[in-house]
Structure formats: C-alpha cells, structure tokens
Design a protein around this ligand. Sequence first.
Ligand code: C6P
Length: 422
Amino acid sequence: MKASRDVVSSRPDLFTGALNVSRIRDDFPILKRKVHGKPLIYLDNAATAQKPQQVVDALVRFYSEYNSNIHRGVHLLSSEATEAFEEARAKVKRFVNAREISEIIFVRGATEAINLVAQSYGRQHVRAGDEIVISAMEHHSNIVPWQILCEEKGARLRVVPINDRGEFLMEEYEKLLNSRTRLVSVAHVSNALGSILPVAEIIDAAHRRNVPVLIDGAQAAPHMRLDVQLLDCDFYALSGHKLFGPTGVGILYGKWDLLDEMPPYQGGGDMISSVTFERTIYNTLPFKFEAGTPHIAGGIGLGAAIDYLNGVGLENIAAYEQELLGYATDSLSAIPRVRIIGTAREKASLVSFTVDGVHPHDIGTVLDQEGIAIRTGHHCAQPVMDRFRIPATARASFAFYNTREEIGALLRGVHKVIELFN
Ligand code: C6P
C-alpha cells in the first residue's frame, strides 16, 4: 500500500494567512443539514467536534479497501492496515512533538488515558498516606480515577482551589505540594469554564519536588499547538473525537522512562512478546499498553484529522477562535440577566453562562428549536458547579468552522429565551 493513502493534502489554496471559513465549512458535510427546519448551528464542539469529509473518507477507505487486523497477519491487507495505523501513530507523535514514537499509546479517549496512568503508574507508586493533587476545575474523568486509587491505597486527594474568575491559584497549589505528593493531574483547559491552566508553571513547580505531572489535554488539543517536550509534562491525555477524529480513540503520551517501568494496564493479545502458563513476557512500548485489537479505523481516522488540522494550521485556528470567543463574551455579557461563568484572563474557545430565572436546560431547548446546538448541564464537572453555587450552565463551544453570524444567531436565541421566560 502507498503510505500516502490517508494523507490529506494540506490544501494551501484554502488559506491566505487567515482562515477561509466558508471553504472550510464545505469540508464538513454535517454543517449543511437542517435542524427543526433551520440551518444547523453547531456550538457543542467541546462535547465532540464534527468530522471533515477527509476523516469520513479515511474511514470508508479503511473498511472498503483494506479492513483487517494489525500486527498479526502476513497477508497484504494486514500489512496495509498495520502500515496505516502505525503511520497514524507517527502523525500523533509529530502533532504533540513527542521524542519517541513509542511514547504514543492508542487508547479509547482521555478518560481511558487517565485511568491507565492511575491504574498502572498510580498503583505502582502510591501508598497509604500519599497524596495526589488535582484542581477544583477537573472533569469527572480526572477526579474519579484518582478517587478509586486513593480509596484502594488509603491515599488522599488534594484539590487546588480556584478564584471567582475560574483561575487556578498557583500559591495555593505550591502550598499543597509536599513530600507525600506522588502525582499532579490537571486539565490544560477546563471544559466547564474554558480557563487555560498555567500548565508550564504547574509542571515546573511539581518537578522541583520530583513529582510527575499528567495533563488532561482533552479540551486543549483542538485549540492550540502542543509540544509535550517543551511543556516537559510526564503524561498527556487526548480524545480523538474532540480533535475532529472518530469517537472511541484517544492518545496517552508518556515519557518513555516512566512508561517503560510501568506495569501493563490490561492483559491480552498484542501486549505480550511470549506467553506460557508459567510466565508471560510483555511486549515493548507502546504495545505493552495496547491489549487486544485496537480501534484501527479510529486511529487511521485520527491521523487524517491531524493532517486536516495541520493543513488549517493550529496558529490560525487559535487566533480565529480567540476572535470568536471575544465577540461571544462581550456580546453575551452585555445582555441583562446573563451571567458568564468562568471569566479567566486566559481562556479557550467556550462560554459557559446562565440566564437569571431560567434553567439552562430550557435555554438549550429554546436554542435547539432555532437549530442551535449547545450543551447544558453540569458538563461532567459537578464540583465546578458547586464552586459557583449553580446546578448547571449553558455552554457554547466554538470550533474554527463557526462564524460570527452563528454567534449572532446565538445572541438572538438568548434574547428569545429572555422574552419567553420574562
Ligand atoms: N468532556 C464535554 O462535553 P472522553 O469522554 O474520554 O473523550 O473525554 C473525557 C474528558 C476529559 N477531560 C476533559 C477536560 C473533558 O472535557 C472530557 C470530555 C466532554 O465537556 C464530554 S463530558
């Protein structure tokens, strides 16, 4: 098979320094559909992003031309599939700027990546009385795996507080770090508030005490250029579906030395180099952590999504989304009865808000009738809701295919909500 089978051209014609959003939108077939008779306005990108045709095509090509299992067969289809899957791993390696390709582990998503570290590194290193540090704005996926570990080991979860803007309190964090701290695990971007955490400083402070750091990058990777070597994080977790790739595939990046010493997370095929009833010798990295048939099409689709993102350019995406965010924030804050939850100085492209006297679910239902998809609820971050003493928020989250016009429609929708619930 040609290695370039799934390489999407970078389409330089699309971009003239800034984004040509109307051309980009043509790549996303779903954006042409109607919802309740109105054009779809998809502002739920933090939950999952839409897929460009190039990703859909990569999946169709896999299933229609070379579907087979990987790392196993001697037949042509198997070697084509293996080559495409491993090429996708190489794309991820370059995307996050890992040092070694074997530091890239395919998992189901950010949730599984964090559970892998908790169950493997955590169970190996955490003892009774030890402490794990997280922040007060974590997704449940970066809380519960640590609670399970702490309960099993008699360890303690310490939580770095946030201020009323939703900003990480660095001084409080430094006070929590001590000789019992075994791991720090924080989000790069909060899914409920949009705050960008000061991860470089967080990592630096932990490393001064020889404490490794996991960064939950589920909400960061779609919006900014990543460089795990520059960050010097020890682990980084990603979800493919938020990165314009398929669901059911994600990435755990880990530093080679740490991964190499960690015990397997699950046992099964592919993670072994030999098995007898007496003894199993585990496979080398990254396969030691990839038991069973992986989501082959998903990995290949994620590779296609990365090609697409590289074509658009992460820097272009970040700049354009900051414009959208600024416009949405300014206009929503100017509407009476609207309160923005999460006003950190450094934010990625989402706005959580409430409308005084209206339950967020009602906001979501009214907007849905206008064809506008947002997420409402606690966003799997209940402690954040408790911190702001609210049950839920409405959350509009933007991608590079969204437009100012769509945000205009959101604003009109919010005005309609206010009229209806006067
Ligand atoms: N947040 C949201 O609407 P999975 O489900 O494994 O792909 O990602 C979990 C996850 C982990 N960390 C953060 C910061 C996240 O935002 C998410 C997923 C979605 O906010 C679905 S709950």
